[in-house]
Design a protein around this ligand. Structure first.
Ligand code: DOR
Ligand code: ZN
Length: 424
């Protein structure tokens, strides 16, 4: 199979390219990137007026398989990902069984080999059963093919245990990803603690529950001399703590999700459970800090934290509804709309947050359009506006915070391993 993409504005930060190019794909690989390629190809994509970048690498995705196939499966999530321009995902380990041993990882690998439409990397757990009591055999997780470890959904409360995890992660060459949350401080909160939580009559989650744990996780990682990645940063203080740590030379990276730079706690005034996630939507000042953090590079990555839940789990009283929103189909357009068109990031910086930096942090040979590399590519119509509707979503669950919003920037094609896996 060969594909020729013609006349696109190619954005490939790794090769310092932002200009008109053609791209020739032969088999799984990019064979040529140049102006006016004269080659025969089985499939030609006229990409005049389009933007072409490395496929998105989304390092925070809940596939829900094995165990909760009623919410999402590898097949449905990776189809949704392809539609969103995503070519690689890191699958979070809070499945049933949890990804805490080689047997579970082998089970998921089998499903991926059969059903995945894009690249799926597996994240193992830090502790057995994600219970925060006993470390998983981290070296064994690495040997069975895990790319990172995390107890996402939970933080490891015990300092000694977490320090041990960082040391083992470093020895094994695995990235530790922290869901930084002190659940004692979060209590039974369901929204950000503040004026709105009082007005709504809902229990609040203080920002301290996030940023104090961010501080601790960075301290322990520094002690262990291990790299640490902080997941779903949502508040100003976390951004400031991470910025200070980076200035000190500590090996910390972090991500945020589109809802944290697009929406504030004001979106909760209608008690819409599609606005309920953990960490919660914060204040206007926090949203501004997230945007500043993206702009100045404190925040390295945009990831969806795609967290599908069934209608039964969402269309109920606010306090009982599950935490989490889906995001694979909207993350690129939401980022273009909120960051590029509002001049927070330029296209190069956006591609860095969505592809270049996640590849670097995960240590995978992706995120570029270099000749000879695997062809993971997204073709984007930058000016195209579209409305997010429940009916238009192909994810098995529809708990999306952007329903009803008009977003700018549409995916025309997603190419993964040299194959067109989505065409609009
Ligand atoms: O909102 C969330 N949903 N936050 C998490 O940390 C976990 C996730 C889930 O698995 O549903
Ligand atoms: Zn989490």
């Amino acid at each position: 199979m060969s594909i020729l993409i013609k006349g696109a504005r190619v954005i490939d930060p790794a090769n310092k390219i932002d200009g008109l190019r053609d791209i020739l794909i032969e088999g799984e690989k990019i064979s040529q990137v140049a102006k006016n390629i004269k080659a025969h190809a089985e499939s030609i994509i006229d990409a005049a007026g389009k933007i072409v970048s490395p496929g998105i690498i989304d390092m925070h995705v809940h596939l829900r398989q094995p165990g909760r196939e009623d919410k999402e499966t590898v097949a449905t999530a990776t189809s949704a990902a392809a539609k969103g321009g995503v070519a690689t995902v890191l699958a979070m380990p809070n499945t049933n069984p949890a990804m805490d041993c080689p047997e579970s990882i082998e089970l998921l690998k089998g499903i991926i080999a059969k059903d995945a439409r894009i690249n799926v990397l597996i994240c193992g757990t830090i502790t057995k059963g994600r219970l925060g009591q006993e470390l998983s055999d981290i070296l064994a997780l690495k040997k069975s093919g895990a790319y990172a470890i995390s107890d996402d959904g939970c933080s490891v409360d015990n300092d000694e245990l977490m320090l041990g995890a960082f040391k083992k992660a470093k020895q094994s060459g695995l990235l530790a990803i922290c869901h930084s949350e002190d659940k004692i401080l979060s209590g039974r909160g369901v929204v950000n603690l503040g004026f709105n939580s009082t007005r709504l009559g809902l229990r609040g989650i203080p920002k301290e529950s996030e940023y104090r744990r961010v501080e601790r996780d960075i301290e322990l990682a520094e002690k262990a001399q291990a790299p640490v990645h902080i997941a779903h940063v949502s508040c100003r203080e976390s951004v400031e703590i991470i910025a200070t740590a980076k200035k000190k030379g500590i090996k910390v990276t972090c991500e945020t999700a589109p809802h944290y730079f697009s929406l504030t706690e004001d979106a909760l005034l209608g008690y819409d459970t599609n606005m309920k996630m953990n960490p919660p939507l914060r204040s206007k000042s926090d949203l501004a800090a997230i945007k500043e953090g993206l702009k100045d590079g404190t925040i390295d990555v945009i990831a969806s934290d795609h967290a599908p839940h069934t209608e039964n789990e969402k269309d109920i009283e606010f306090e009982r509804a599950e935490f989490g929103v889906i995001g694979l189909e909207t993350e690129l357009a939401a980022s273009i709309t909120e960051l590029v068109y509002s001049k927070i990031l330029d296209w190069r910086q956006l591609v860095e947050c969505l592809a270049v930096n996640p590849a670097r942090i995960l240590g995978i040979d992706k995120g570029t359009l270099s000749e000879g590399k695997t062809a993971d590519i997204v073709v984007i119509s930058p000016e195209e506006e579209w409305q997010v509707t429940k009916g238009g979503l192909i994810s098995k669950s529809k708990n999306c915070a952007f329903i009803g919003r008009t977003l700018k920037g549409a995916v025309d094609y997603t190419i993964c391993n040299g194959k067109i896996v989505y065409k609009r």
